[in-house]
Design a binder for this molecule. Structure first.
Ligand code: BV8
Length: 225
């Protein structure tokens, strides 16, 4: 079997009702990214940021995986170590669809992080800064997500996979946030074929070997099968 790396973005979860960021009416049209997705914004107003993520956590709990999540879960289960699901998304819909080994490079909405000791735990529905850390009791609770200016998670594991894969697939991302947006070029330099599945052209459309435009819920199951 080909070794495949699949990068997903907010468009993968759009048909599950979770907002994207940069589409019309997206999250960045309602909130200023600087206020809710940077460490500086969190330092200025932690309650605003926790409120932003508590609302998204409630939406996520109410959402259901869609046909694209289910198809990727089937592929990852069948492919074992040859298929790596890397996601920019912080929702847990791929896991709830049964996908194994999902790599959340921008963190996970359903986890809390202690800024004092680094402990991570399953987030309660509503999280606040003064929630005591279950490990060290410090009141330094933040969402376990990667904000702008912070280092994404699992970059070494992702770089190794990009260097060895035969096929790189990008699904539901505008290709506007780095380093994720550069992964397709990294894979291509190492000889991989590249495929983009997206509703609309992204920042890097035209630089992929192949593109299939349309809703992930239609395109991904057909591509997987
Ligand atoms: C970092 C938080 C240091 C969690 C997010 C070059 C190299 C490295 C860094 C940079 C660089 N240039 C600039 C930077 C800095 C910065 C950056 O990229 N800025 C941008 C704005 C220019 N990057 C960082 O700060 C990153 N960290 O750089 O560390 C470093 C340096 C070198 C090397 C390594 C590290 C940290 C970035 C993470 C920020 N955190 N979110 C959260 O709240 O979720 S980013 C945020 O945007 C989300 O994580 C999201 O995943 C991400 C990308 O957005 P998309 O998923 O693409 O969503 P979007 O709405 O944009 O697009 C949706 C797409 O879906 C559209 O194309 C649409 O057509 C499509 N679609 C819609 N519906 C459907 C669909 N497709 C299919 N079917 C549908 N139904």
């Amino acid at each position: 079997m080909d070794k495949i790396v699949i990068l997903s973005g907010a468009g993968l979860s759009a048909e599950s009702g979770l907002g994207t960021f940069r589409d019309v009416g997206g999250l960045w049209s309602e909130y200023d990214l600087e206020d809710v997705a940077t460490p500086q914004g969190f330092a200025r107003d932690p309650a605003l940021v926790h409120g932003f993520y508590n609302a998204r956590r409630a939406n996520c709990r109410a959402a259901k995986p869609n046909a694209a999540h289910a198809a990727l879960a089937r592929l990852a289960k069948a492919g074992g170590p040859d298929v790596l699901l890397v996601t920019q998304n912080i929702d847990d819909l791929l896991e709830r669809a049964g996908a194994p080994g999902v790599v959340h490079m921008h963190g996970e909405l359903m986890r809390g992080l202690c800024a004092a000791c680094g402990h991570r735990w399953d987030a309660p529905p509503e999280m606040a800064s003064d929630d005591p850390c279950p490990a060290c009791s410090a009141q330094a609770t933040r969402p376990d997500v990667v904000w702008f200016g912070e280092y994404p998670y699992h970059l070494d594991q992702i770089a190794d996979a990009l260097a060895q894969c035969d096929l790189f697939v990008s699904i539901g991302t505008s290709g506007s946030v780095y380093p994720a947006a550069g992964f397709f070029a990294e894979a291509a330099v190492h000889g991989a074929r590249t495929l983009e599945i997206n509703l609309d052209p992204s920042d890097n459309s035209g630089r992929f070997d192949e593109a299939r435009m349309g809703p992930a819920g239609d395109i991904v199951p057909r591509w997987v099968n």
